[in-house]
Write a protein that binds this ligand. Structure first.
Ligand code: NG1
Ligand code: ZN
Length: 550
């Protein structure tokens, strides 16, 4: 029929590259941009099918995040604004690797039958498209559009250049029939920020040095932050590496990934910034780390990573909940115990986990990858998740939001201006500010800034919450990374046999030693992580474990 002809005709314009096998990993498809047209075209088809299936708006983002500028990638946002359901990942792999148009069309029709998706009926589909600032984005966007429009009844809406979290936020808002434009996004962030600032307990004097300096990775985050900051009062932000002409190359010596891995100043920062509060975004602004420059003599920084952002958020949320608990003890303990859960991965610095547990918080672990962390965090009334690399957010359940709204109304009539009321308002404002779909560096910056003011803390004071254990990450190139199978949130090797015993006996040699290995989801490598009481020890442990992998 017509659908088959349209698909065949358009698919034949996008032949797949020879000799590459792509897989939809934790970050969608990623590769050198020059080989991605057919992949993006096919993901366009997939997104349209997903929209038909769910009868909701779907997002398609073209980005390769922190990768070098010549790479690109594509990922799909589900109706909730979260990652594409894992159930469709095998289909994504199969589509991307279908050898020719005939096979592709065959595969699509079988899948559509299995999923009960019908074409050309009254059903319609809409896919929202976003891309980062990569030059290859424009032509890949065109490929996505052609993929989408080769599904009868599907329309593509191009939203232009966006951060990854903006697109996820827009998809989520659209499907909840809420205000969902980019302007609405900026509006919601700035008004909830203002609300939190107004609730800061004491007069905090904002001195000259209180300026925040942000490294935009020469990507989309820098330019969006410039827009957002126009709407903010009481916060001075200086954006560097904003991607303007002459400022440098995307992710090259700049950005959250570089700063977190290398632990040196990004380019554009130096001796004049010693002691200043600085932050780094990654190339699509879904990761955030803070740092301050240590001494005038070298490029060393003190890194304030995702674990410490998590700790700051956890402290603040816990404080608000305990203020609520105080007066309402009976009610809360009997009827409304608010569960607060912290979700980390094995990469979380051991000192952060100890710190959080010592605060009395419930800490759980999942495998690496936002989809796992997000899912786990959503099981709590309030779930906070972060990867050490700076990706994370705070999730509020529908139940807890509803309860907070009710409390807010009650308190307005019984105890206007009380501490309890302020805490309720703060929690509601946090739920509006922090992106509920995915980790978002822009909303993260605003929340960190308000909490630091709330606490009256400098970045140095924040950094001293606990001291990171020295750690080392290595990667080992292997022929087949799937040969390594792990369990227990990737902390134990199941296969090859004997390897875990070897890791254990190496680890036992070091005080405070901890080490694990896992296959990367984005690169053809096995990653090795080690921490111990000194840097030399962490380096030594990582090295000897890596030798067992080889
Ligand atoms: P892999 O390559 O699976 O380690 C990396 C990051 C993840 C996540 C994904 C997606 C580390 C150790 N791993 O995954 O946390 O961010 O990329 O971008 O940082
Ligand atoms: Zn990213």
């Amino acid at each position: 029929e017509q659908q088959r002809r349209v698909l065949l005709e358009s698919a034949s314009r996008f032949p797949i590259p020879q000799g590459v096998k792509l897989s939809y990993g934790t970050a969608g498809f990623r590769a050198d941009a020059s080989i991605l047209s057919s992949t993006v075209f096919r993901v366009g088809i997939l997104a349209a099918l997903r929209s038909l299936k769910t009868q909701s708006v779907i997002g398609l983002m073209i980005t390769a995040s922190h990768n070098q500028v010549s790479d690109n990638g594509v990922k799909v946002a589900d109706p909730s604004g979260g990652m594409l359901t894992q159930e469709w990942e095998p289909f994504a792999d199969a589509l991307a690797n279908a050898v020719d148009a005939e096979h592709l069309v065959q595969m699509i029709s079988e899948f559509a039958k299995k999923e009960n998706i019908s074409f050309g009926g009254v059903q319609s589909a809409e896919v929202l498209l976003g891309r980062d600032t990569r030059p290859s984005g424009e032509s890949l966007l065109e490929a996505a559009k052609q993929g989408i429009s080769s599904v009868v009844g599907a329309v593509a809406t191009d939203l232009g250049i966006l951060t990854t979290p903006q697109l996820h936020w827009i998809v989520r808002s659209r499907n909840k029939s809420k205000k969902s434009s980019e302007t609405d996004y900026f509006e919601q962030l700035s008004s909830s920020f203002r609300c939190l600032m107004d609730l800061i307990p004491r007069e905090m004097t904002i001195s000259e040095t209180d300026e925040l300096i942000v490294d935009g990775a020469n990507g989309v985050g820098g330019e969006k932050l410039e827009e957002l900051k126009k709407l903010l009062n009481g916060l001075v932000i200086q954006v560097r590496n904003s991607g303007k002409e002459g400022e440098g190359v995307l992710n090259q010596g700049v950005g959250a990934d570089f700063v977190q891995k290398e632990k040196v100043v990004p380019s554009g920062f130096g001796q004049n910034d010693v002691g200043m509060r600085c932050a780094s975004l990654d190339g699509d602004a879904d990761r955030l780390v803070y740092f301050h420059v240590l001494s005038k003599s070298d490029n060393k920084i003190e890194l304030v990573d995702g674990d410490k952002i998590l700790s700051l958020f956890a402290l603040f949320i816990k404080e608000q909940l305990s203020i609520l608990n105080k007066k309402e003890e009976k009610e809360i303990n009997d009827d409304h115990p608010v569960s607060l859960g912290i979700v980390q991965t094995a990469y979380a610095n051991g000192a952060s986990t100890d710190y959080l547990k010592q605060l009395g918080l419930e800490v759980v672990f999942t495998p690496t990858g936002v989809k796992y962390l997000h899912e786990k965090a959503s099981e709590y009334d309030i779930g906070i998740y972060f990867e050490a690399n700076g990706h994370g957010t705070i999730l509020f359940s529908e139940n807890v939001l509803c309860w907070l709204e009710t409390r807010n109304k009650e308190l307005a009539s019984t105890s206007e201006g009380s501490e309890q009321q302020k805490s309720v308002k703060r929690l509601l404002a946090v739920s509006e500010l922090i992106n509920q779909a995915v980790g978002d560096a822009l909303s993260g910056v605003l929340l960190v800034e308000t909490i630091l003011r709330h606490m009256g803390w400098s970045i140095q004071r924040w950094s001293e919450l606990y001291q990171d254990l020295p750690s080392r990450q290595l990667k080992v190139k292997v022929v087949d990374r799937t040969a390594v199978i792990t369990t227990n949130a990737e902390t134990e090797v199941v296969k090859p046999s004997g390897l875990q015993e070897a890791i254990n006996s190496e680890t036992a040699k070091y005080p405070k030693g901890r080490s694990f290995i896992r296959p990367s989801g984005t690169e053809d490598v096995i990653r090795v992580y080690a921490e111990a009481s000194t840097q030399e020890a962490a380096d030594g442990l990582a090295k000897s474990v890596a030798q067992h992998v080889d």
